[in-house]
Write a protein that binds this ligand. Sequence first.
Ligand SMILES: [Zn+2]
Ligand SMILES: [Zn+2]
Length: 330
Amino acid sequence: MKAMLFTRQGSPLVHTEVPDPRPNDQQLLLRVLACGVCRTDLHVIDGDLPNPKLPLIPGHEIVGEVIEKGAKVDRFAIGDRIGVPWLGWTCGECYYCQTDRENLCDMARFTGYQIDGGYAELTVADQRYCFSIDDFYSDIDAAPLLCAGLIGYRALKLAGDGQELGIYGFGAAAHIVAQVAMHERRKVYAFTREHDTAAQDFARQLGAVWAGPSTVLPPRPLDAALIFAPVGALIPAALQAIAKGGTVVCAGIHMTDIPAFPYSLLWGERVLRSVANLTRADGLEFLSLAPGIPVNTRTIAYPLSQANEALADLRAGRFSGAAVLIPSLG
Ligand SMILES: [Zn+2]
Ligand SMILES: [Zn+2]
């Protein structure tokens, strides 16, 4: 099959022919219909995340068609369209798994990091971590739900139920989570890079009550803020923007260092926390809610062979919404 292969930190992915993967007892063999491009893929490729599998096929927002089932697979049928998320395997036995926090599993393995992912024509995935995809969604539109959507949704839940919600970094996750928040009758304040008026316009089109650069304070104190941009300096900015008792949730897997800031920004029972990965329960909950709201995704299609261009465009902030690789486009 054709795949985009990550072989070495700092060098572009290589479009190459690799052997077709074979499913083990618990795995499904999938024809990849679409695979979202996530900022975490950049962190893997840039070396921000240690010890990836090498060589590696990145990609953890996979929409695929089941074409073969391992001997012990008891879910899904040949021809089903399913989604494969970031959480690829957990031990089921550690302290975290035993306390309903499999997202924190000590032994967890992640798709497109320790397990080959969806930047390819075929992939295999453990059936126990896969989700059904609702017919409401096309292949391309479903892909960003599988990480930007799931982890964005988990971040929103951890922010509490305050009405005034700030979102720092208005990309793939933000444009999904904003729709969920507005469905819950919250008001969304969108913060972007200094001169990114395209992202600010995009946020207003989606219904944000305010959009502006992250360097300014919103028109009123916020109840909570989600940070999706990988920029540590946004933490003191967001703490400054929230009211007493408010929560700042850092939703990315990696951030640049956090600058020192005065304790007074945290004082007043403000809460600062991260969100890590997802549980299968998060996925089931979000994917059953999304078509009813409905959450609509804005996607930009790239042929599989242009994964490097998609990653470069993501890095430079050259599109609004989510990039998705489509193997059938070449
Ligand atoms: Zn575990
Ligand atoms: Zn992701």
